[in-house]
Design a protein around this ligand. Structure first.
Ligand SMILES: Cc1cc2nc3c(=O)[nH]c(=O)nc-3n(C[C@H](O)[C@H](O)[C@H](O)COP(=O)(O)OP(=O)(O)OC[C@H]3O[C@@H](n4cnc5c(N)ncnc54)[C@H](O)[C@@H]3O)c2cc1C
Length: 466
């Protein structure tokens, strides 16, 4: 039996995408498969920030913060069309758990850990804060700390990383392709794949295999190869709301610090305001395609109303919502979160089978590097760590961060080049519309799609569920 691939990657979230790109940039014969659409799970459900994680300063995770800030600043250079820097206002109130001096030290440290590549922080006066957020609760307000992080189109960045990798004739990526069986065969690995749209099965043989299946890893490996894997994740659910910008007309981003010690980001973008996240234990059995619970929704609305009391926001002001599962790593042998829960873990259950879990969206490139380097070594191939610092070469057809008017030729472009298989792939990740309510017109999204039914059907997209 001979191997068709040097490497098969299971999972097409941002981590799998990053590994595919590293492999492709080094000329490997590589295949990536995802059970659903690329970037349709955790990697489209983040707070959409490339950041160091200001709150990890409190847990002294300085290495993680520093690495993340350097990656953030790298991607700001590499893909300025997919991410941009913006100010975050962290309001300071009398009697807050974090006093002003602590905030000043924290914000200084944050800039320091970026090698002073961050746009520098400053402390804003009450007047400045209220001029920017006139509806902010002024009771006990002392001012705000202002620091800079990046906002990213998470699903689009993952897709463009994949499109970049696919420029190599040796790289392939298949969405809606689930790994249903996994058999190690000495120096090789055999995988049985199921096309979940047409139920077609195929077997592939590879020299190496990497599981980049994020929060799904424990469940998947327990099913595929229980003798090789014991659970390492302590998954937690996080949800976000898109609020109608007309009802919360803010122009800058804010960080809320609720009484439970968490943080909630409020970020105006795409004609609406993104609010999140929650952090709750998972009750759902399957982690795919999760929905926000009414308790989480209320928690976010309550915190917004406390911060902007005159807004009186209700569920009618929610345009849409989404949820995802954090792939947090727990400490070996315990049920507790690891001290470095947000750093990633590379594990090698077999010499040619790797598993990567944990980490953050922001650090996907270094995660990919950590797991690909040993594969390159085993294949006796030279590895250049700097190759993935090149800009991405193939942009998606619709503009990021813009709710825009779409036309038939743009639709044709997307359907031809962007691996769309279902209506949801098209609407949510290629057009960048969290839901039909975000459509700008003319007319309705339904009308637009119906007018182009012939084109959609030509590309195998079914409009029955519209
Ligand atoms: C609420 C929330 C907010 C967050 N905010 C941020 C943030 O602002 N900034 C940041 O840096 N990080 C953030 N994160 C973390 C970040 O989103 C994740 O670390 C990252 O997206 C994980 O990517 P992944 O590729 O590991 O997982 P995923 O994106 O989930 O990808 C795993 C893929 O594996 C596929 N898969 C599963 N089983 C199979 C199978 N049998 N066969 C084939 N494929 C399979 C799935 O379909 C999925 O697409 C946030 C996370 C959450 C939950």
């Amino acid at each position: 039996v001979t191997a068709e691939y040097d490497l098969v990657i299971v999972g097409g979230g941002v981590v799998g995408a990053g590994i595919l790109r590293e492999a492709s940039l080094h000329g490997l014969k590589v295949l990536l498969v995802d059970k659903k659409d690329f970037s349709s799970q955790t990697s489209q459900s983040s707070s959409k920030m490339l950041h160091g994680g200001i709150r990890y300063l409190e847990t002294f995770d300085f290495d993680l913060v520093s690495e993340s800030l350097h990656e953030k600043n790298l991607w700001l250079q590499l893909t300025p069309h997919l991410c941009f820097e913006r100010a975050f206002y962290l309001p300071l109130y009398k009697n807050a758990t974090r006093p002003p001096w602590m905030m000043k030290i924290g914000l200084f440290l944050y800039d320091f850990l970026s090698g002073f590549q961050n746009k520098p922080h400053h402390m804003a006066s009450v007047e400045e804060v209220l001029s920017i957020f006139p509806d902010l609760n002024p009771d006990g307000l002392l001012g705000a700390g202002v620091y800079y992080d990046a906002v990213v189109e998470d699903a689009k960045l993952t897709l463009e990383v994949i499109y970049d990798a696919l420029i190599s004739p040796h790289a392939q990526a298949l969405n809606y392709t689930e790994v249903i069986q996994f058999t190690p065969r000495g120096e090789l690995v055999e995988l049985e794949l199921l096309n979940t749209l047409n139920q077609h099965k195929q077997t592939v043989i590879a020299k190496n295999c990497i599981f980049a299946t994020g929060p799904f890893t424990d469940q998947l490996l327990q099913k595929l190869c229980p003798s090789l894997w014991h659970p390492r994740l302590l998954p937690s659910k996080g949800s976000h709301l898109w609020i109608d910008a007309k009802r919360l007309p803010i122009t800058e981003s804010m960080v809320l610090t609720p009484a439970d010690g968490r943080v909630i980001f409020v970020i105006p973008q795409r004609g609406s305001v993104l609010v999140g996240t929650t952090e709750v234990a998972l009750e759902e059995e399957s982690y795919f395609d999760l929905k926000i619970s009414s308790l989480e929704q209320q928690y976010l609305l309550d915190n917004l109303n406390e911060t902007f009391p005159t807004s009186e926001l209700t569920e009618n002001d929610i345009l849409s919502s989404y949820s995802g599962v954090r792939p947090l790593v727990r400490a070996e042998g315990t049920g507790e979160l690891g001290k470095t829960a947000r750093t990633h873990l590379c594990s090698w259950p077999l010499h040619n089978v790797g598993v990567i879990i944990g980490g953050k969206y922001t650090t996907f490139r270094v995660m990919a590097q950590d797991i690909i380097a040993p594969v390159m070594k085993r294949l006796n191939r030279a590895y250049d760590q700097n190759r993935s610092k090149r800009p991405l070469r193939r942009a998606s057809s619709s503009l990021p961060f813009k709710l825009q008017h779409f036309n038939r030729s743009m639709l044709e472009e997307i359907l031809t080049h962007e691996k769309v298989k279902t209506l949801e792939d098209l609407i949510v990740r290629r057009l960048g519309l969290p839901s039909a309510r975000h459509w700008l017109g003319p007319g309705s999204l339904k009308e637009f799609l119906t007018q182009n039914k012939d084109l959609l059907e030509k590309h195998g997209i079914d409009l029955t569920d519209l």
